[in-house]
Design a protein around this ligand. Structure first.
Ligand SMILES: [Mg+2]
Length: 268
C-alpha cells in the first residue's frame, strides 16, 4: 500500500492503462465520484456549482451502458447533489460524507446519531447563530459546515479562528471531529466517513468488479485509503498535493478524457 510520501503518477501512467484494460474485460464496474472540485468547479455561490461541460452526457452514457454502477459520494446533502446532477436519474448518491444514502430507485436511508452527539451538534448550531455566521453555515445531517470561499484572507482567518474557538468551548466528544475542507471548516460525526461508504460499496461488489474513486479534497483521503489495493484511486485537482491516491488528473480536460475512456471501455 502506498505511503503519503509516494507521489501519485500523472494521467498517462501504465497504472491507468492497466486499469482500463481490466475494465474492458470486467463483467461489472463501479465508478465512485466526489462532486465539488471533482465533477464541478468550485463557485462562491455553492448552489451554482454545476458540473463541467460533458460530465452529464458522459455519465448518462456510462449509466445507459448498464455495466457500471455510478455512485456520487459527497459532503453535501444527497438531495442537493441529485438536484445539481438532475438530468441523471439512475444515480446512487451518498450524502453528508456517507451518512445519507439515496439509491437509484429513490429509496433513502440515514444513519442515526446518538443523542449525546446530536445534542452537541445542536449546541454548535446555536453557537453559529449567536456568532452571526448563519449565512455562511450549511446545516446537514451529522454536521455543520462554515463556508468562506470568495472571502478575503484576513476574514477567512478570523472566521476560522473564531469558529474553532467557539466549537472547542462546547467540549467536543470523540464522536465528533473538525474537518478542514477546501473553502471552509466542518464539525461533523467521526463516522460514517467517505471511506465507510466506499467499504460498503466494495462489500456489495462482485470480486471481479473494477472500482475507481475520483476525488479532490482531504475527506477523499479516507476513500483512497480504503480502496488502495482493491481499485484505482485518483486525485482530481489543478495543483498536485500529497495524497494516498495513485493517479493524479488535472480537471477538466483530463477528467473528461478519463470519463471518455471509461465509456469506450465499457461500451466495446
Ligand atoms: Mg470535493
Amino acid at each position: 500500500m502506498p505511503g503519503i510520501d509516494e507521489k501519485a503518477v500523472h494521467s498517462d501512467s501504465a497504472q491507468l492503462l492497466n486499469f482500463f484494460d481490466r475494465l474492458s474485460e470486467a463483467p461489472a464496474s463501479a465508478l465512485l465520484l466526489d462532486y465539488d472540485g471533482t465533477l464541478a468547479p468550485f463557485q462562491t455561490d455553492r448552489d451554482r456549482a454545476y458540473p463541467y461541460p460533458k460530465v452529464i452526457p458522459l455519465l448518462e452514457s456510462i449509466l445507459r451502458g448498464g455495466k457500471t454502477r455510478v455512485v456520487i459520494i459527497s459532503g453535501r446533502r444527497a438531495a442537493e447533489v441529485k438536484a445539481l446532477l438532475s438530468p441523471l436519474d439512475s444515480l446512487e448518491v451518498w450524502g453528508a460524507h456517507g451518512l445519507e444514502r439515496m439509491l437509484p430507485d429513490g429509496s433513502y436511508r440515514q444513519v442515526s446519531i446518538d443523542p449525546e452527539t446530536a445534542d452537541l451538534l445542536s449546541k454548535a448550531r446555536g453557537w453559529v447563530n449567536e456568532a452571526g455566521l448563519t449565512s455562511q453555515a450549511e446545516i446537514k445531517p451529522g454536521g455543520i459546515a462554515i463556508h468562506w470561499r470568495g472571502r478575503a484572507a484576513a476574514e477567512r482567518e478570523r472566521v476560522e479562528a473564531r469558529t474553532r474557538e467557539g466549537w472547542a468551548a462546547l467540549g467536543i466528544n470523540p464522536e465528533l471531529k473538525l474537518l478542514p475542507f477546501d473553502g471552509g471548516l466542518e464539525l461533523r460525526v467521526t463516522h460514517p466517513d467517505k471511506g465507510d461508504a466506499v467499504s460498503t460499496i466494495i462489500e456489495e461488489s462482485n470480486v471481479h468488479s473494477q472500482i475507481a474513486y475520483l476525488g479532490d479534497d482531504l475527506t477523499d483521503e479516507d476513500s483512497f485509503r480504503v480502496l488502495n489495493g482493491r481499485g484505482l484511486t485518483v486525485l482530481v485537482r489543478p495543483e498536485y498535493r500529497d495524497t494516498l491516491a495513485r493517479v493524479w488528473l488535472c480537471p477538466p480536460h483530463e477528467l473528461i478524457g478519463f470519463l471518455e475512456q471509461w465509456l469506450s471501455r465499457v461500451s466495446a
